[in-house]
Design a protein around this ligand. Structure first.
Ligand SMILES: [Cu+2]
Length: 141
């Protein structure tokens, strides 16, 4: 395989949201040829997009904002259900399965990268629509 000095973003996907959900989450895998840091996200589908992680506090899964995600050189970093994710707060409209939306990632070194996020069914566990255990996202806080 040819060595390219490009940031690779793969499998960008999100779960469809029910009609009144205010928030959604997006997931993807990112790999950088050099050590870099993902410091911000933006999407026109939500009023606010941010990086979040999930941690267990006792038996309760909690989300908290992340200031950034470190990307070691040549190592894929996965944002996926149950872990780090891109939080979409204040959705302008529901995320509908089968559609897609643009997402801009802000990297410290590589600058801005845009990806298209595919919306999978509400219960999808990954890109391509495999069914799996659902991770409920708190609708309100
Ligand atoms: Cu979140």
């Amino acid at each position: 395989m040819a060595q390219t000095a490009q940031v690779e973003i793969k499998d960008a996907w999100a779960r469809a949201t029910p009609g009144k959900a205010e928030n959604g989450a997006a997931y993807l895998t990112i790999q950088s040829p050099v050590a870099d840091r993902l410091v911000g996200v933006f999407s026109p589908v939500a009023k606010k997009a941010g990086l979040h992680t999930m941690t267990m506090e006792g038996s309760v899964m909690k989300m908290r904002p992340l200031g950034g995600v470190d990307l070691p050189a040549n190592q894929p970093v996965a944002l996926k259900p149950g872990g780090m994710h891109i939080m979409l707060e204040g959705l302008n409209e529901p995320l509908q399965a089968g559609k897609s939306f643009p997402l801009t990632l802000n990297l410290e070194k590589a600058g801005q990268k845009q990806v298209e996020v595919t919306v999978e069914k509400a219960g999808a566990a990954g890109p391509g629509g495999q069914a799996g255990t659902d991770m409920p996202m708190p609708a309100k806080r």
